[in-house]
Design a protein around this ligand. Structure first.
Ligand code: ADP
Ligand code: MG
Length: 329
């Protein structure tokens, strides 16, 4: 039987890389797993961007989910928050409650976790391990130059509104699992649901270009409202311009709108940028290899709200159900 310490050592501590030193000063050397605290500092002239996300069995994932995918997703959703802020991943901590020490499960979970961590040079620097109902809580630490973070409160009147990638595949897949509609044919919805790719390179490229940004974890409509409320703006959005896969496009209209406009778990970025940045953004899309689609405009005045339009510019009245943990559908 694995003890708590041999479990931590074998699946986490031994596999973790050391946090990268960022100071000449020997006294500011970082410290990873093994002491009571980890020690890290951002490079000179930078702020630490910090975010926590928890994944709970039965709420965020099904009990039989592939543990490799779960390890990936637990870190991916956190890296997505750094991306949305324009921060560069540096380190993370992992708090884990496990019903039992299942070695096969832990091996696959840590494989998925470290494969993504290594791709982003993000070092595991500490955590906590306890027995209990399966629950995974990660806190990430990233670096962003002073004042350069992409905040929700920075949208300006006249800004274009963009989203990255395609929206709705994860929600379409979830709907198929729940029997709300047939599985969208030709969509890699399981990958969208289980292996989201955080838009880290895009977030970094948007520094100094985008005004406001966030990642779409709870659905475009609800998440864009966060920007509008924090910035005190309203938005006009072309619902038909919101990018989606051909498989999602083929769903019945109500299902398609639910998936693209209110579906959760997309982890794409939504951001605003001045009209003058259009050419720069086209170049960024090419260089990071992520499609960027212009879906609307920011306007000043009035209460924060989204005015939906169809492709012809006619007003649409939409009833959308966003995701709220305390008012779940
Ligand atoms: P403490 O008793 O001070 O909370 P622990 O005995 O829980 O410390 O942990 C010992 C060391 O192992 C600490 O450095 C802690 O950060 C690290 N650790 C514990 N669990 C994990 C985990 N799941 N992943 C990474 N590091 C962990
Ligand atoms: Mg502890």
């Amino acid at each position: 039987m694995l003890s708590e310490f041999s479990l931590i050592d074998r699946f986490f501590a031994r596999r973790a890389s050391a946090p990268a030193p960022r100071h000449e000063d020997e006294a500011a050397k970082p410290l990873g797993i093994g002491d009571d605290c980890a020690l890290i500092a951002p490079p000179a002239g930078h702020q630490l961007a910090i975010s926590t996300d928890m994944l709970v069995e039965g709420r965020h994932f099904f009990p039989d989910v592939d543990p490799y995918a779960l390890g990936h997703k637990a870190l991916a959703v956190n890296l997505s928050d750094l991306a949305a802020m324009g921060a560069k991943p540096h380190a993370f901590t992992l708090a884990l409650a496990l019903p039992r020490a299942d070695e096969t499960w832990l091996e696959a979970f840590s494989d998925g976790l470290f494969a993504l961590a290594e791709r982003h040079d993000c070092a595991l620097v500490g955590g906590d391990t306890t027995s209990g109902p399966l629950n995974i809580c990660i806190t990430v630490f990233g670096d962003v130059p002073n004042g350069a973070a992409l905040r929700r409160d920075a949208a300006q009147p006249g800004d274009d509104i963009y989203v990255s990638g395609a929206l709705g595949d994860a929600r379409a897949g979830l709907g198929a699992i729940r029997g709300e509609w047939p599985a969208p044919e030709g969509s890699d919805w399981r990958r969208a649901l289980e292996r989201p790719e955080p838009r880290v390179a895009l977030g970094l490229a948007l520094r100094g270009v985008a005004h406001a940004a966030l990642d779409i974890s709870d659905g475009l409509a609800g998440d864009l409202m966060h920007i509008l409320k924090r910035s005190g703006m309203r938005a006009i959005v072309d619902a038909d311009a919101v990018p989606c896969s051909n498989a999602v496009r083929a769903l019945p209209e109500a299902a398609r709108r639910q998936c693209t406009l209110a579906g959760g778990d997309d982890y794409e970025l939504c951001f605003t940028a001045p009209v003058a940045a259009r050419k720069t953004l086209a170049n960024i899309a090419t260089s990071v290899n992520v499609p960027l689609t212009r879906i609307g405009t920011i306007e000043s005045s009035g209460a924060p709200a989204i005015a939906w339009r169809d492709a012809a510019g006619a007003p649409l009245s939409l009833t959308l159900q966003g995701f709220d943990h305390f008012h779940a559908d």
